[in-house]
Design a protein around this ligand. Structure first.
Ligand SMILES: C[C@H](O)[C@H](O)[C@H]1CNC2=NC(N)=NC(=O)C2=N1
Length: 122
């Protein structure tokens, strides 16, 4: 069965818990975003490996980027064009995979979304 968008009631009851672990609204889309800072690249990549296996098993995949020890994750359900229960489930799993990692709320200029990159006008 196709995943359906979270209702207002579901959002009210489920999102505060994710908010408390550091998830925030992603800009410009119905999605949640969290940025982790690990101690080093191996720890970041170990997290990503576990996340990748969980994502593949659930057939639900994160939109993410990695730069050295930073993993920047956005969750949304593309087929539903917004948040569904699949995103809540994956977010909860990711939180379990990175219990000790620092959560970054303020990202520096070095970490930019590819969507911000524009070709220079000739
Ligand atoms: C064919 C395959 O099941 C779909 O493309 C899945 C794969 N992973 C997915 N992941 C996410 N986040 N959203 C989707 O709609 C989605 N669709």
């Amino acid at each position: 069965m196709a995943a359906t968008l979270l209702s207002e009631d579901e959002r009210k009851s489920r999102l505060p818990e994710l908010e408390s672990t550091g998830w925030r609204a992603a800009e410009g889309q119905d999605a949640i975003r969290k940025i982790w800072k690990f101690r080093n690249f191996p720890e970041a990549f170990a997290f990503m490996a576990r996340a990748a296996l969980a994502a593949e098993k659930a057939d639900h995949h994160p939109d993410w980027s990695n730069r050295y020890n930073i993993v920047d994750v956005t969750l949304t359900t593309h087929s539903a064009r917004g948040l569904t229960a699949l995103d809540l489930a994956l977010a909860t799993k990711l939180d379990k995979f990175a219990p000790g990692a620092e959560v970054i709320r303020d990202h520096g200029a070095d970490i930019r979304c590819l969507c911000e990159i524009r070709a220079e006008k000739p």
